[in-house]
Write a protein that binds this ligand. Structure first.
Ligand code: ADP
Length: 306
């Protein structure tokens, strides 16, 4: 095989109580990439559509993640990459993670799968380091493993795949405002109180248990963030209103997707998720901010060949 075309899913990271450790892959929104094995050494981005992003290998997360893989491989040739972006960069649904994971997953497939998924996460994290300055894994892990993932530990890297209840649907609204990842990191406190810690890890344990046992009520009760959301949400106009109407419409829970400005809600069943989408849209229509909305089942497979 010399060429492969892949679907690279969007992902929601943090998921309320799981700051920097939890993430989930989405089914109906993602980028497409075509990766070709070539004799010429190195990596070249030959085409990039859909977004205005750098195509120099060292400035594009796909290039940087790919170079991290090549550095560990004994393959003598190189790769050419086409990226077709459907996910807007900086939206908070893992735009950079989709490109870095797509590149390393496809290269690994073309080389006959010499690397494990965990190794691919490590390579893709180098792309995240370029995008945000921090080599976090909470978007790249679910893109590669599918479903929900928990980063139990960063050193050593330990990723735990978590099952997804069959009727769990996500609604994501992306208000078209700019929130710089660096700003949304800067305003966070570096210390938390023991009281907040206790509430947060209670909810994180509850959410993971709810996902394993398909207990939708427990999932809903656990989707609470005592630490990051109260601070970060001030950067997202309309956040409190979107959250309250989502909960009134029947969402299980609602919070900031990644570092924002996208807001996600989980619902039981597609109909509830679509009703939540309608309620969210009304909020931004009234405020006068443009938006994109995605309603999606959880993607349990992760990146796939198309
Ligand atoms: P998101 O939270 O949606 O992933 P990030 O802020 O993490 O957004 O990533 C976007 C940043 O990564 C932008 O600065 C963008 O220029 C950079 N970037 C480099 N290559 C890519 C790529 N292939 N896809 C998306 N973003 C990229």
């Amino acid at each position: 095989m010399k060429e492969i075309r892949v679907f690279c899913p969007a992902t929601i990271a943090n998921i309320s109580c799981g700051f920097d450790v939890l993430g989930v892959a989405l089914q109906s929104v993602g980028d497409e990439m075509i990766i070709q094995k070539v004799a010429q050494k190195g990596i070249r981005i030959t085409k990039l559509t859909g977004q205005n992003l750098p195509t120099e290998t060292h400035l594009n997360v796909a290039g940087v993640a790919g170079l991290a893989l090549l550095a560990e491989s004994d393959y003598e040739g190189g790769f050419e990459i086409e990226i077709h972006k459907k996910i807007k960069a900086g939206s908070g649904i893992g735009s950079s993670a989709a490109s870095s994971t797509g590149a390393v997953w496809a290269m690994n497939a073309l080389l006959g799968s010499p690397f494990s998924k965990l190794q691919l996460v490590k390579f893709a994290m180098e792309g995240e380091r370029l995008a945000s300055g921090v080599a976090h894994a909470d978007n790249v892990a679910p893109a590669l493993f599918g479903g929900f993932t928990l980063v139990r530990s960063y050193a050593p890297l330990d990723i735990v795949p978590i099952p997804s209840p069959p009727q769990l649907w996500a609604t994501v609204i992306h208000p078209q405002i700019e929130v710089r990842t660096s700003d949304s990191r800067k305003i966070l406190k570096t210390n938390i109180t023991l009281a907040d810690g206790i509430k947060q890890w209670g909810n994180l344990g509850g959410l993971v248990a709810g996902l394993f046992t398909e207990d939708y009520d427990l999932i809903g009760r656990s989707l609470i963030d005592h630490i990051v959301e109260p601070i970060r949400s001030i950067l997202i106009p309309g956040f409190d209103k979107v959250k309250s109407v989502s909960m009134e419409t029947g969402a299980l829970g609602c919070g900031i997707s990644g570092s924002g400005p996208s807001i996600f809600a989980f619902s039981k069943g597609e109909e509830n998720a679509r009703n939540v989408a309608r309620a969210m849209k009304e909020v931004y229509t009234k405020i006068g901010i443009d938006y994109d909305v995605h309603v999606s089942k959880v993607n349990v497979e992760g990146i796939r060949e198309i």
